[in-house]
Design a protein around this ligand. Structure first.
Ligand code: NAG
Ligand code: NAG
Ligand code: NAG
Ligand code: NAG
Ligand code: NAG
Ligand code: NAG
Ligand code: NAG
Length: 500
């Protein structure tokens, strides 16, 4: 066996004719090696599906759209809700064109106005002139989404500034549960339910019966993810800028979390490597300054939106991007343009993997089926490179460095973004990693998770050998995909910086 030691890693030349032991054993035995043991906690089936969506669309729409406000008072006259040409198909078409597979609508915001004709209140579309009082925005939303193969999610605000039952624990919780049952039984499959922890500083004090709410949700919808500050399926990232921590674990201790608690935002932002619960984070942010549509506001610039993408999706999270319909009941052209630009830029950057066609090798390999070539296939979850288990015992380092190397077949590589993905189906593992190009350190990071994107600080790099070194992990690292990409906006940004 030929070993070649480099930057703390020993490489096994898998393809040399003199390599003996490990390789010949593999050649004789055609049976696949079983996968390594998973490292708890693990994602659920629905969490994995959620993670792969990457971007979800949020739609804030309601009386606030018509009063030019963000938080309604609850005193709004339902007659002000009168979108002139509401067309939920246009919302769904916008999402589809942006490659989005889940849309979440504010069925009821803090003002208490219901976008569906709830049996339990008259503060709803039933009392508005829209569709002659016979309209149901939730129904039109769900139908439009479903006809384009997009999944639906709903937001039902716990804080309700209109309903007189608010503040009386039993009565309000019964009312809230009744509305949850309406939303989760009348509109087909719902993939995410959003429990907002927001509440005004002077709001009436009351206790929400979260245990009953969550149990009811689970009973009525089998493949739903429950979002709240504290999960149980998806947690809040701790801010409304769309930024995850540069260290971001999907794992956390649920027992340390509570809803609407400002003292836990840093913990939410980074997660916990020792966390006993798999509870990945969602980064909610609006494409505009406000959550609701305001005539005076315009969408964020492409460079800002792309920065958000790198700091959310590129840090192991899902981006929940709000795109609010206007008073016409349509998504404004300027928002459609911003969203379309974001999607086409993401596609431009990531549809080409400059590492395709390169040769790859690793410091070790678990056995048949776990070779480093798996990092360049189209699967980003279930085919992965696995090194040999770390040797435990006296005289051995427990946590050996593990390396993977990409070598240009001919010519050189030129890129400014590195993408690394872990096989999170077997648990999030990597704690610390470095990226080298021709032996020069170009990026350094902590967690990886489902997806980690590094924009190289120094800008574009050129070289022929890219090495990813895992310096610390909770168990042997399992890497499902690596990409080398070129981001023209990042290149322009670096160029601008060097000019000024
Ligand atoms: C609604 O929007 C869809 C998608 O943009 C469009 O095809 C359809 O013509 C619109 N319907 C009306 C009534 O404008
Ligand atoms: C809460 O009440 C205090 C005292 O009445 C007032 O000064 C403050 O502006 C109120 N805050 C909000 C957010 O309404
Ligand atoms: C709110 O009510 C809970 C119990 O219902 C109580 O523990 C808490 O102290 C109250 N908070 C305020 C600010 O009144
Ligand atoms: C907020 O979270 C901290 C840390 O977990 C906890 O000590 C505190 O009791 C929580 N406060 C409330 C109001 O739940
Ligand atoms: C989370 O729980 C684990 C297991 O009980 C514990 O080791 C760890 O210290 C906890 N994390 C925090 C931040 O308390
Ligand atoms: C809402 O957006 C549509 C374009 O999608 C536009 O035709 C309409 O004028 C907008 N309404 C307002 C009030 O800006
Ligand atoms: C570079 O600078 C120019 C001029 O200031 C500006 O218009 C452009 O948006 C900048 N580009 C990036 C990617 O920062």
């Amino acid at each position: 066996m030929i070993q070649y030691s480099h930057l703390g890693c020993s490489f096994l030349y898998l393809l040399t004719s003199i390599s003996l032991f490990g390789i010949s054993a593999i050649a004789w035995n055609k049976e696949s090696t079983p996968p390594p043991l998973p490292l708890l906690p693990l994602p659920t089936y629905s969490q994995l599906k959620w993670q792969q969506r990457e971007i979800i669309m949020f739609l804030h729409f309601g009386v606030n759209t018509f009063t030019d406000s963000e938080w309604g008072t609850g005193q709004e006259d339902p007659k002000i809700f009168r979108p002139t040409s509401l067309n939920a198909s246009q919302w769904a078409a916008t999402a589809k064109a942006a490659g989005i597979s889940l849309m979440i609508l504010t069925a009821k915001h803090h003002d208490g106005f219901c976008l569906w004709p709830s049996k339990y209140t008259d503060h709803s579309v039933r009392s508005s002139p829209w569709r002659g009082g016979g309209g149901d925005v939730v129904k039109e939303f769900v139908a439009a989404a479903s006809s384009r193969g997009i999944d639906a999610g709903l937001y039902l605000s716990p804080w309700d500034r209109h309903d007189r039952r608010y503040g009386r624990d039993l009565e309000y919780n019964e009312y809230y549960l009744a509305q949850l049952q309406e939303l989760l039984t009348k509109y087909g499959g719902v993939r995410e339910i959003w429990f907002d922890g927001a509440k005004g500083a002077n709001a009436t004090n009351m206790t929400y019966y979260f245990d009953e709410w969550f149990a009811m949700v689970r009973e009525l919808q089998s493949s739903i993810n429950i979002f709240s500050d504290a999960g149980p399926d998806v947690r809040w990232i701790g801010n409304e800028n769309g930024f995850a921590g540069s260290t971001c674990w999907a794992t956390i201790n649920r027992t340390s979390l509570s809803i609407g608690n400002a003292s836990i935002v840093d913990y939410l932002n980074t997660g916990d490597p020792r966390g006993t619960d798999y509870l990945p984070a969602e980064c909610d942010v609006s494409i505009r300054p406000g959550w609701f549509w305001h005539k005076s506001q315009s969408p964020k610039k492409l460079t800002q939106l792309l920065d958000i993408y790198y700091k959310s999706v590129g840090r192991n999270c899902v981006l929940l991007l709000n795109v609010p319909p206007n008073t016409t009941g349509l998504i404004s052209q300027s928002d459609i343009h911003a969203l379309t630009q974001l999607r086409s830029t993401i596609d431009t950057i990531f549809s080409v993997n400059l590492a395709a066609g390169c040769s790859v090798r690793a410091s070790s390999q678990r056995g048949v089926g776990f070779g480093p070539e798996n990092i360049l296939d189209g699967d980003h979850l279930w085919t992965y490179w696995a090194p040999k288990e770390d040797v435990r015992g006296s005289g051995q380092r427990r946590n050996q460095d593990h390396c993977i190397e990409i070598r240009a077949a001919r010519g050189g590589l030129r890129f400014n973004v590195v993408r690394i993905q872990e096989a999170v189906g077997l648990g999030q593992r990597i704690k610390r990693h470095d990226v080298y190009v021709d032996e020069k350190l170009v990026a350094r990071g902590t967690t990886v998770g489902y997806k980690r994107l590094h924009r190289i600080e120094a800008g574009e790099v050129q070289g022929s050998v890219v090495r990813i070194r895992v310096l610390d992990s909770r168990a042997v690292p399992l890497i499902s995909s690596v990409g080398l990409h070129f981001d023209p906006l990042w290149a322009a940004h670096i160029k601008n910086q060097s000019v000024t």
